[in-house]
Design a protein around this ligand. Structure first.
Ligand code: PGA
Length: 260
């Protein structure tokens, strides 16, 4: 059975003091709600600048630390970049790879995403691989093909053990930060499509173990729609993860899900 993951992507928000307060609020809220870490895994992904401060706020709690991106080289003359080695050194357990804002605002290609994913695995960081189509691709009936291509380029040729470390987030670009979200049924269909592809690449055992999240305008009022879907193992939450009470409420809902 797959343990659901509720991951918060804080994007380019929060000062150090705000990030620390949010992290502490999440830790406190989960404890007060008596959320069992066996029932749901919770992770937060602050901006690089706040990783160390947040890691201290999370110390001794079951909340995992994640970063939002990494560079594919381990060290060297790459001004402004951050390596997987540095993130592992900070205590990160996860790193988001190929977020749509990096693909479509910064211009990361599928090939760059692949290199980053390999770098994450090299440093024992669990990659949260984001895939998802744009609205024009969906309108042209190309959503499935676009997502399959993203998954294939990121994962084909990895070892079975490496594939088991990966979490995949289906995040349709048109749903991110727009307030418009995929229907539960469509999120389930896309997650199933992704799982079928993982099965083709790595076999049934890996496909049944890999977690597939939904992301895109998830909030406390709609997260339940996704959590009831058999193929969806949690959520990657942007805007609604910036408020401790709501984020904890979503983790509580995920803890109540009997999935897998
Ligand atoms: P959103 O972002 O929840 O604000 O739509 C999701 C994401 O970018 O991961």
């Amino acid at each position: 059975m797959r343990r659901p993951l509720m991951a918060g992507n804080w994007k380019m928000h929060l000062t150090l003091a705000e990030a620390e307060a949010l992290a502490s609020g999440v830790v406190r809220g989960l404890a007060q709600a008596q959320v069992s870490p066996e029932a749901v895994e919770v992770a937060v992904c602050p901006p690089f600048t706040a990783l160390e401060r947040v890691s201290r706020a999370l110390a001794g709690s079951p909340v995992a630390l994640g970063a939002q991106d990494l560079f594919w080289e381990d060290q060297g003359a790459y001004t402004g970049e951050i390596s997987g080695a540095q993130l592992a050194d900070l205590g990160c357990r996860y790193v988001i790879v190929g977020h749509s804002e990096r693909r479509h605002v910064i211009g990361e290609t599928n090939q760059a995403v692949r290199r980053k994913l390999e770098a994450a695995l090299r440093h024992r960081l669990g990659p949260i691989l984001c895939v998802g189509e744009r609205i024009e691709e969906r309108r042209l009936g190309r959503a499935d093909a676009v997502v399959q291509d993203q998954v294939r380029t990121a994962l084909a040729g990895l070892s079975r053990d490496q594939a088991l470390q990966v979490t995949i987030a289906y995040e349709p670009v048109w749903a991110i930060g727009t307030g418009e979200h995929a229907s539960g049924e469509e999120a389930n269909r896309m997650a199933g499509l992704i799982r079928d592809q993982v099965r083709e690449l790595f076999g049934t055992e890996v496909a049944e173990a890999v977690r597939i999240l939904y992301g895109g305008s998830v909030k406390p009022a709609n997260v339940g729609e996704f959590l009831v879907q058999p193929q969806v193992d949690g959520a990657l939450v942007g805007g609604a993860s910036l408020e401790a009470e709501g984020f904890v409420a979503m983790a509580v809902q995920a803890a109540g899900r009997q999935g897998g």
